[in-house]
Design a protein around this ligand. Structure first.
Ligand SMILES: C[S@@+](CC[C@H](N)C(=O)[O-])C[C@H]1O[C@@H](n2cnc3c(N)ncnc32)[C@H](O)[C@@H]1O
Length: 390
């Protein structure tokens, strides 16, 4: 275990397919990735850097600070390995902690059993060293320990995030088929949207894409909307460093030079909910909301980007109606959106073909276990109809 002021590897876990966008965010923060894997990014930094990642990252799920790594062939070795960690210097003996993790190992059928071994190792060590023991339970609102036991190697981490970072603390209405906030942020990063460029989000639903865009445009990072992280509940938490970090980030929030941001949806209820969510995020005054059929969308400026997340038949609507909707979307793009870049995020690759335009780029994503794509279209006068292949 590295001392907090020393550098260590820091593992950032992401939802599937978000690690490329997350790696980009790390680079922009000055903490470039050592590696980018399908479900995460590894960087190097101090404990304060781990806190900064928690404050800034829009696309991450959790930030892990390594405590130990050992060979592990059997649950008893897991218990012994965990017990060797100096928990009395990390946890409050009168406090509370929670354990969660990931196991892929042939001697373990029930991952909860591995969690119990980890918990027992921690509690027994704390009792030996301090004569007291912290409480444990499933809630991740205080100190959180994460284990990753794959084949015969086990890693133990402090989960410095605690509750997931993928939610950005402003959603008061869940909406019907919402994008998770981290996924919406990754979609915007993947579009290479410059936050000076006008952005139109028809079919906005609960408003996630438009709200994330507004937050990016004003430089408001998700950690500013949240007051509790796992790292705040361990002994090495440098509270004054955190306060300085938060102050520095809040000074960079700026509502000047916000581009035109438009969010529309055919359902009045969706617009009401999107507006409420935006108010909660502090960005409702930066977004123009309107109840509108996407076919009637007037584009506010000669150039900009259009971002769509139409229904795709897994959770809402029926494919027959949706075929027409995607065809109409294609017609709109061909006839009324010259000068724009358009992005369509969908989990139905057959429906996407109904758009009838050849995408310039297709980026794979996943949403609630459904394979999705973000299709990119460059639209110009005389954009022609092409067949799509996927
Ligand atoms: C998958 S949801 C969008 C979810 C959104 N990305 C979010 O995070 O909440 C699709 C939305 O398209 C809207 N919609 C369906 N047909 C429409 C149309 N013709 N014009 C505008 N919006 C439409 C639905 O009301 C629904 O809110």
């Amino acid at each position: 275990m590295a001392a907090p002021q020393e550098t260590s590897k820091i593992v950032i876990l992401c939802l599937p397919n978000l690690s490329i966008a997350c790696g980009q965010e790390c680079t922009e923060l000055g903490i470039p990735p050592l590696s980018v894997e399908p479900l995460g990014v590894t960087v190097e930094g101090t404990f304060a850097d781990a806190m900064r990642l928690n404050l800034h990252l829009r696309t991450a799920n959790r930030v892990l600070w390594p405590l130990a790594q050992f060979n592990c062939h059997h649950p008893d070795q897991l218990y012994k390995g965990v017990r060797k960690v100096g928990w009395e210097r990390i946890l409050d003996p009168d406090g509370y902690f929670s354990v969660h993790g990931y196991v892929k190992q042939h001697t373990i059928r029930n991952s909860q059993f591995a969690g119990v071994k980890v918990k027992d190792g921690i509690v027994d060590r704390m009792r030996d060293k301090t004569g007291r023991r912290p409480d444990t339970g499933p809630n991740r609102d205080q100190a959180v320990v994460y284990y990753r036991w794959k084949d015969n190697k086990c890693e133990i981490f402090l989960d410095t995030s605690g509750e997931t970072l993928s939610k950005h603390s402003y959603r008061i209405h869940p909406g019907k088929a919402p994008l998770q906030e981290a996924l919406a942020a990754a979609i915007l990063i993947t579009t290479r949207w410059d936050p000076q460029t006008p952005l139109v989000n028809p079919m906005c639903g609960s408003g996630t894409l438009a709200i994330e865009a507004a937050l990016m445009a004003m430089n408001k990072v998700p950690g500013l909307m949240r007051h509790n992280f796992g790292f705040m509940h361990v002994q090495m938490y440098p509270e004054s460093t955190w306060k300085k970090m938060v102050l520095e980030a809040s000074r960079k929030v700026n509502t000047k030079n916000i581009p035109k941001l438009v969010a529309t949806d055919i359902r009045r209820q969706a617009i009401k909910e999107a507006r409420d969510n935006a108010r909660q995020a502090g960005v409702d005054h930066l977004i123009e909301f309107e109840v509108l059929d996407f076919r009637k969308q007037a584009l506010p400026t000669p150039t900009g980007i259009l971002v769509y997340n139409p229904e795709y038949g897994e959770r809402l609507g029926q494919d027959k109606d949706l075929e027409q909707l995607y065809a109409d979307l294609g017609d709109f793009l061909k006839q009324k959106a010259a000068g724009y870049w358009a992005y369509v995020f969908t989990g139905n690759l057959d429906l996407a073909k109904k758009i009838g335009l050849r995408p310039k780029r297709k980026t794979p994503f996943q949403n609630a276990k459904i394979e999705c794509r973000l299709y990119e279209y460059e639209l110009y006068e005389g954009t022609r109809r092409y067949g799509q292949e996927d």
